[in-house]
Design a protein around this ligand. Structure first.
Ligand SMILES: [Zn+2]
Length: 113
């Protein structure tokens, strides 16, 4: 009887990822869509694709926060407005909204089937 050993060799159907990858899905959420509209970064003004922009919504109140706290104690209602700001990836990294993944994680080789 002959024993044939089968080795797992990456074939043409397997994709071997060798290059480092900074962000998941190339930092985008576009999928298989062709192209998307562009938006301007609120920090530096760079034009970036809509799906690549990092958007953050913060609640903004025109009243000074100390004064607002005092007025709220007395029972008044102070309006707050949502303000959405969109940043490019480099500005988002600079401001600490998103982080660059560790270098070791980025260089992991993966075999996808
Ligand atoms: Zn920017």
């Amino acid at each position: 009887m002959r024993v044939i050993q089968a080795f797992k060799v990456p074939c043409h159907l397997c994709v071997v990822r060798l290059l480092p990858k900074k962000r998941e899905s190339r930092g985008r959420r576009k999928g298989s869509k062709g192209s998307v509209e562009t938006v301007q970064c609120d920090q530096c003004g760079r034009l970036i694709p809509e799906d690549k922009a990092v958007c953050v919504t913060k609640w903004y109140s025109p009243v000074d926060p100390q004064l607002a706290a005092e007025l709220e104690k007395k029972g008044s209602i102070i309006a707050k407005y949502p303000v959405t700001r969109c940043y490019c990836v480099s500005c988002a990294v600079f401001m600490g909204i998103v982080k660059v993944r560790p270098e070791e994680d980025r260089k992991k080789k993966e075999i996808l089937k």
